[in-house]
Design a protein around this ligand. Structure first.
Ligand SMILES: NC(=O)c1ccc[n+]([C@@H]2O[C@H](COP(=O)([O-])OP(=O)(O)OC[C@H]3O[C@@H](n4cnc5c(N)ncnc54)[C@H](O)[C@@H]3O)[C@@H](O)[C@H]2O)c1
Length: 361
């Protein structure tokens, strides 16, 4: 199979579909890999590294789309890229079609087979190609929160871990799933006092088993949240109700009652955020102050650490890329219902039920 890796062209996207070691793995399995010049630069991966891995370097995206049968990307194809797709192409990338009618119509028109990372499932019922980005965002949250607590960043001017004789910061994590448990682990490692709130007793049990008494766990009720939010120096929002907008667990009034210069990192902002005062921000202007509280609400946090994110994503995608390249998409998806769940568009038709329903197609 000839596999193409174009350079990502979405604004501020520095990740890349395949690392040199993934390319090398594919080449060792008898495939040909064509990478656009500079595709890995944003993740610190040079053309020379790809060339030593056995990949061929192409000068333009047009050349990649011309030569490749399987196209491996990170973000959804942009309008210009969609025009280069044709029947016979298999596209494997994040698509997020349910909220993007224009892209869906273009993909249908292209005749290509489009497989979305975000709808691939695992035997445990999880979304294995979304998990690595939740892990990155979770581990990043205390780090950006600690920075926002610094005086020059508008925060209270306190150190997350405190020092001997001066207490550590109170970190409250709303939601104890993938993002929440990774955020708790890092905040604990930085020396903070950590409390995690979840409505799922199993999630609380898992945290208790993992961290023992190091992390306090609290069952989620409005009363408990109102009480704990008031004491927080750093509040990390990570709640998710799959398929729905994030519940607004923290009202404006609760934010008003927080300490002046406290910080909210609302990771759940990509689903609308779990605080009433949260609104989406970007890496170029990540924070704002509302009710005296610094808000960090960047919708694509992993973009801050593209190199780590690229490697984390590749670890999760490579087995599927190997299956698609080795067997062809029909056999690979026939053999693996979890990969089949990723197929969104085939031969001009939407074949992923939630996407079809969301768009009335
Ligand atoms: N901003 C970013 O860059 C970024 C990156 C990755 C993930 N995310 C987002 O982070 C959110 C969390 O992702 P995840 O992978 O950790 O999801 P997850 O399903 O693993 O965890 C969500 C947790 O929220 C809990 N929850 C739901 N309702 C609750 C309530 N009312 N009170 C308390 N807890 C509640 C659930 O029980 C679950 O444990 C998602 O919205 C995801 O899209 C954002």
């Amino acid at each position: 199979m000839r596999i193409g890796v174009p350079k990502e062209i979405k604004d501020n996207e520095f990740r890349v579909g395949l690392t040199p070691s993934s390319a090398s793995e594919l080449v060792r399995n008898g495939h040909e890999v064509v990478v656009q010049a500079g595709a890995g630069a944003g993740s610190g991966l040079s053309d020379e590294e790809y060339a030593s891995a056995g990949a061929v370097i192409a000068t333009s995206a047009a050349e990649i789309f011309e030569r490749a049968q399987l196209i491996v990307k990170v973000k959804e194809p942009q309008a210009g890229e969609r025009q280069l797709l044709r029947p016979g192409h298999v596209l494997f990338t994040y698509l997020h079609l349910a909220a993007d009618r224009a892209q869906t119509l273009d993909l249908m028109k292209s005749g290509a087979t489009c497989i979305a990372y975000e709808t691939v499932t695992s035997p445990q019922g999880a979304l294995p190609l979304l998990t690595p980005m939740s892990e990155v965002a979770g581990r990043l949250a205390p780090q950006v929160g600690a920075h926002c607590l610094e005086k020059e960043a508008g925060g209270r001017g306190i150190l997350l871990g405190g020092v001997p004789g001066v207490p550590a910061a109170e970190v409250v994590v709303l939601g104890g799933g993938v993002v929440g448990s990774h955020a708790a682990a890092i905040a604990l490692g930085m020396g903070a006092n950590v409390t995690v709130v979840d409505r799922n007793p199993e999630a609380l049990r898992r945290l208790d088993f993992r961290f023992g008494t190091g992390v306090r766990t609290i069952f989620s009720t409005q009363g408990a949240i109102a009480e704990i939010v008031r004491r927080a120096d750093l509040l990390i929002g990570t709640v998710l109700v799959p398929g729905a907008k994030a519940p607004k667990l923290v009202s404006r009034e609760m934010v008003r009652g927080m300490k002046n210069g406290a910080v909210i990192v609302d990771v759940a902002i990509d689903q609308g955020g779990c605080c009433e005062t949260s609104r989406p921000t970007s890496h170029s202007s990540p924070t704002y102050v509302d009710e005296g509280v610094v808000h960090y609400c960047v919708t694509n946090m992993p973009g801050a650490v593209p190199r780590t994110s690229t490697f984390a994503l590749n670890n999760a995608t490579l087995p599927f890329v190997l299956a698609l390249a080795g067997k062809g998409w029909e056999k690979a998806t026939a053999d693996d219902p979890h990969l089949a769940a990723g197929v969104n568009v085939v031969a001009g038709k939407v074949v992923c039920k939630p996407v079809a329903e969301a768009l009335g197609l």
